[in-house]
Design a protein around this ligand. Structure first.
Ligand code: CO
Length: 214
């Protein structure tokens, strides 16, 4: 336990500084959360969702994994998305990648990592689909960074292809899906994709419509 002393002391300082500015902050937050945003980002320690977007606790629902993937058989990610849209009724789902992502870089190399290789396979598929464009980029770092952008594009599409997401639009609900990328070296977020706001933005072969629950 001793090695967590710094972390715990830092937590006390943080809580006290918030209370000094807004004495009711925590009691108000304890009653409910009403975030408008669901953030799907990378687990990388340099990309803390709430902090880099200038939000405070309570404003953003967050899911993070290696290289911000949305995999249509991942019960964890799907549960977060379902809860966010059906219960919290978030208005925006934001998939955020970052330049220099280690998970994306791994997909451009042949080093074996073990279990994570199965996860990284999702990004290898993105690489393979866009290989004509990517292989023209000679500089490896630049190629990795372009794949970081293309990966965001693919994961945004994967969110839009979830039937429960389409169900929100089918019922007239308001929901936008965005793709952003974060520059670790300048601290800035920028758009990678245009917002997807309805079924008209999705290829027809991915339309899954109807009224069954779930
Ligand atoms: Co990353």
């Amino acid at each position: 336990m001793q090695d967590l002393d710094d972390l715990l002391a830092s937590n006390v300082n943080w809580a006290e500084s918030i209370k000094a500015e807004d004495p009711d902050f925590f009691t108000r937050l304890a009653e409910q959360q009403t975030p408008e945003y669901l953030w799907i980002g990378c687990s990388d320690s340099r990309v803390p969702a709430t902090q880099i977007s200038g939000m405070v606790p309570g404003e953003m629902f967050v899911h993070r994994n290696i290289a911000n993937c949305v995999v249509h058989t991942d019960l964890n990610c799907l549960s977060v998305i379902f809860y966010a849209i059906q219960v919290l009724k978030v208005k925006h789902i934001i998939v955020t990648g970052h330049y220099g992502c280690g998970g994306v870089r791994a997909a451009t190399e042949s080093t074996r990592y073990g279990l994570a290789d199965h996860w990284i396979r999702n990004i290898r598929d993105v690489y393979n689909r866009r290989r004509d464009e990517l292989n023209k980029i000679e500089d490896h770092d630049e190629r990795v960074n372009r794949l970081c952008e293309l990966n965001v594009e693919q994961q945004v599409a994967n969110v839009a292809h979830i039937p429960a997401v389409q169900h929100v639009w089918q019922n007239g609900g308001e929901l936008s899906i965005h793709g952003l990328i974060y520059g670790i070296s300048d601290g800035l977020l920028k758009r990678v994709t245009q917002p997807i706001t309805g079924l008209q933005d999705i290829a027809e072969e991915y339309h899954v419509l109807g009224s069954v629950s779930g």
